[in-house]
Design a protein around this ligand. Structure first.
Ligand code: 4AD
Ligand code: MG
Length: 457
């Protein structure tokens, strides 16, 4: 169907006086003696287009005025009677699809929880349209950021036989029937599709390292899967993951890249989604624009884990889980550090090796690894990364301590045998980033069809 996006009609001075066809869904209808007004949305912009109907010239089918009905309208672009921009004088209205009164998206504001029950229709609301426009702009900006800096875009496999994070949170991939009668697990996997135990990848990092130790600078941007039983507002079973990996890089380089990337993405959203951000600032998180503008132009903090524990220990009385050196940080601790101590994003570095993954570079102190988590106010951990252990012997020791199956990681170990180099990278959870820039508080509200424990609508 030849038609013009509402976004272009609204803002183009050149279009005033020209004829056009627009398509969209009815958002509001107002009637008066001589004229009636329809507001249409086609998803191309936050603002709706006002369609003016001269009742003396055009008789409108009442079905065309129903909330949610879909229309194609032929007419003329005119300067808006009130305010800036353009509106549209209708000459012919074609009904594309009727919308009966039990349409679940009514004009009065409903709860996000109610909308979670109708994921196929919630994108017809202002909130979700704004979220998904921001998400798209951010995704484009990610590719731009890395492309401009000479990173290659790599697609890591989604089906894998190795568990990168080693936390046993892999979804299994199998074609075996549920009632096979094998005596052992070994027998089960030997007869399975791949002949070994396979699952959905929790991270593209291990393959990213393969590419980075040949191409130099790479990134992946794809889905990761975690079968963790965490029914929180920050966890999904399927999330999108951005994972750059850089050869000849040490932990400070990784931190610098992460900060530069995050600021670049925030600036892109500020520049390209002003209407959406104004909306979120008014209705979702007061002060959001100021927060983002400030973050984009000021330095992030850096704090070693040992120092973080010292700061947290002073406040142990207020925590549900009191801390001591060696413990993993819970979200209450992460929030305290970033929201109350630093009041800005903070990189926590050099965690105890026992609470982090096998592949992280071991520090000379023998106790910590060159890892970093970036914590941001309102969310907590948004990025996890590290320098990788490049020494074959040390890597093997860490894997043995975790009783890992060395044979399954032969290729990964080969990278340390043949021309090993210092290298590192990080993973940004894309949905957590979208939460951060929109102020949305539940990760299920920034994903088209969220997958989480007992939820696959
Ligand atoms: O900290 P994580 O587990 O680190 C890794 O996977 C590394 N292999 C990354 C790397 O160094 N290349 O995950 C990285 C980020 C987290 O900081 C978080 O933002 C996000 O991925 N994330 C999740 N997002 C939504 N739901 C989940 N269940 C997530 N698990 C991790
Ligand atoms: Mg992590």
């Amino acid at each position: 169907m030849k038609h013009t996006d509402i976004k272009n009609i609204l803002s183009s001075a050149d279009m005033v006086g020209t004829n056009a066809v627009i398509c969209g869904w009815v958002r509001t209808f107002r009637d008066s003696a001589q004229v009636s007004f329809l507001e249409l949305s086609d998803g191309s912009s936050f603002q709706k287009l006002q369609v003016v109907i001269d009742k003396n010239k055009l008789k409108v089918d009442p079905e065309c005025t129903k909330l949610g009905a879909s229309l194609a309208v032929k007419g003329t672009v005119v300067k808006a009677f009130k305010g800036e921009g353009n509106e549209f004088n209708a000459e012919e209205i074609a009904l594309l699809g009727t919308c009966p009164p039990d349409y679940p998206i009514q004009k009065k504001r409903t709860t996000l929880e109610f909308l979670r029950g109708i994921p196929h229709l919630r994108l017809r609301t202002n909130t979700f349209q704004a979220v998904f426009r921001v998400r798209s702009v951010a995704a484009q900006a990610i590719h731009r950021f890395f492309h401009e800096r000479g990173f290659y875009y790599i697609n890591a496999p989604l089906i894998t036989a190795s568990d990168c994070e080693g936390a046993g949170e892999m979804f299994r991939v199998t074609t075996q029937p549920w009632n096979v009668g094998y005596q052992t697990e070994d027998e089960y996997f030997k007869n399975d599709f791949f002949g070994v135990k396979a699952g959905l990848s929790v991270s593209g990092q291990l393959e990213g390292e393969v590419a980075a130790t040949a191409l130099g600078k790479i990134y992946t941007f794809g889905p990761s899967f975690r079968a963790e039983n965490s029914n929180t507002t920050r966890h999904l079973a399927e999330f999108w993951h951005i994972e750059p990996e850089v050869a000849f890089a040490e932990l400070p380089d990784v931190i610098e890249l992460a900060e530069e990337m995050l600021k670049y993405l925030i600036r892109a959203v500020l520049e390209e989604c002003p209407d959406e951000l104004k909306f979120f600032d008014s209705f979702v998180e007061k002060g959001l624009i100021e927060k983002l503008t400030h973050v984009a132009s000021s330095d992030f903090a850096v704090c070693a884990y040992t120092e973080a524990i010292r700061l947290l220990e002073k406040e142990n009385a207020r925590f549900r889980f009191p801390v001591s050196w060696g413990c993993d940080l819970q979200s209450e601790h992460e929030k305290y550090l970033t929201e109350e101590v630093y009041r800005r994003p903070v990189f926590v570095t050099d965690y105890p090796k026992e609470i982090k993954s096998f592949y992280m570079k071991q520090n000379p102190d023998g106790k910590t690894v060159a890892a970093t988590d970036l914590l941001v106010p309102g969310i907590g951990e948004i990025i996890g990364g590290s320098e990788r252990e490049a020494d074959l012997g040390k890597l093997k020791t860490a894997m043995e301590a975790r009783r890992m199956d060395m044979a399954a990681y032969k290729q990964y170990l080969d990278l340390r045998t043949f021309g090993s180099v210092p290298h590192g990278g990080f993973g940004l959870g894309f949905e957590r980033f979208v939460m951060y820039v929109t102020g949305m508080e539940n990760i299920r509200d920034v994903t088209l069809f969220p997958r989480s424990v007992k939820n696959i609508m």
